[in-house]
Design a protein around this ligand. Structure first.
Ligand SMILES: Cc1cc2nc3c(=O)[nH]c(=O)nc-3n(C[C@H](O)[C@H](O)[C@H](O)COP(=O)(O)OP(=O)(O)OC[C@H]3O[C@@H](n4cnc5c(N)ncnc54)[C@H](O)[C@@H]3O)c2cc1C
Length: 332
């Protein structure tokens, strides 16, 4: 049942190392505004942490996204993510504002941060959601894969605030802006008695570039076990280069050593929603399709006309993936 003392939706606005707002926040805020309307027009607010003098450059984006209030904490000690510091300050805002819903992007940071907050607040957390809605009783209905991805479960939280994390790429960012005059609230950084157990020595760029490439790719060319071996993936790469696409893979292909884990799509990989997703030799197991079914146009190439992937494909090509890709390469 709706709780009379809690109101509004509070989002975590993750700031990247380059001092940008993480794209998952743009995705969450659109969804949050939709939920807020269903709750009778409640506020959509955000919390962020930065080093000093960063907030000015971010303000316009929050106004354009229709965020009502931004509670920001700025301090040198908040420049890098800290589980202890961030969670303590976030909980301070929750205790002061009593939101009914708290939403956090399921980034590496969010996955670390959200469970700690939910435990500090003694409330439930539905992690890795792929959809959010408000039910007829005004409760957050959070949908996520369950039983190894075989089923989708819609989960209600009995305690407040109702918390959920959502993977990047699940919700689309709509271009329509709902500009408001956002109120920016500079919050005191009270970390008395909080110990930071992690000291960051330096940062190393690892697979981040590859991962970001998939996040922003308009065309993704994904390969599965139908490509058989590394030769098949070389063909896939040549095809992807020709059509301006980025290569991705199924978990089976990753486990077979044909592609790195960083490009795995699906329940235990990434969620993507490109303009065009070309699935090559992929059966279409639900654990894969939850990560790509929101793509604008899906093309599937498979030699089995009954393959599950054809159920979600907009264009299906029944045939040998090698013949189809090589045939295209000859004509392109
Ligand atoms: C808890 C859990 C989490 C999981 N998470 C993920 C995940 O995140 N991502 C993921 O992808 N999977 C995940 N899986 C695995 C998933 O269930 C499937 O096993 C996997 O997606 C299958 O990969 P595939 O389609 O490449 O291989 P297969 O299922 O073996 O399919 C290969 C397909 O290629 C076709 N084919 C064969 N030869 C050709 C040819 N010459 N030309 C054209 N087509 C051909 C076949 O008809 C078949 O449809 C998970 C499983 C579990 C249990």
């Amino acid at each position: 049942m709706p709780n009379e003392t809690n109101s509004g939706i509070l989002l975590y606005a993750q700031i990247t190392r380059e001092n940008y707002i993480h794209t998952v926040f743009f995705e969450l805020v659109d969804k949050a505004r939709e939920l807020a309307k269903k709750l009778g027009g409640v506020e959509v607010n955000a919390v962020l942490f930065t080093a000093p003098n960063i907030i000015a450059g971010l303000k316009e984006a929050f106004c354009n996204m229709g965020v009502n209030k931004v509670f920001y904490f700025e301090d040198k000690c908040l420049e890098n993510y800290s589980t202890e510091y961030y969670s303590k300050l976030f909980v301070d805002v929750v205790n002061q504002t009593c939101p009914e819903i708290v939403l956090i992007g399921a980034t590496n940071e969010g996955r670390d941060f959200a469970p700690r907050i939910s435990s500090m607040l003694h409330t439930g957390l539905t992690a890795d959601c792929i959809d959010l809605d408000i039910n007829e009783k005004g409760q957050l209905a959070a949908t996520r894969p369950t039983f190894g991805g075989q089923l989708m479960a819609t989960i209600l939280c009995k305690t407040y605030p109702q918390m959920a994390t959502v993977r990047p790429g699940v919700f689309k960012v709509r271009s329509v802006e709902e500009r408001v005059e956002t109120e920016f609230i500079n919050c005191p950084v009270d970390l008395n008695g909080v110990e930071n157990h992690v000291q960051i020595m330096n940062f190393k760029q690892t697979l981040e570039n590859q991962i970001n490439e998939l996040d922003s790719a308009d065309i993704i060319v994904a390969g599965g076990m139908g490509l058989k071996n590394s030769k098949g993936f070389e063909l896939l790469k040549r095809f992807a280069d020709k059509v301006g696409g980025t290569v991705a893979a199924t978990r089976a292909a990753v486990e077979a050593g044909l592609a790195p884990q960083s490009v795995q799509i699906g329940q235990t990989g990434k969620t993507v929603s490109p303009k065009l997703y070309i699935a090559c030799g992929i059966s279409g197991a639900i654990q894969h399709t939850v990560g790509m079914e929101n793509s604008e146009h899906i093309v599937a190439i498979n030699n089995d006309e009954n393959a599950q992937i054809f159920e979600i494909a907009d264009t299906g090509i029944v045939g040998d993936v090698f013949e189809v890709l090589e045939g295209y390469l000859e004509t392109l």
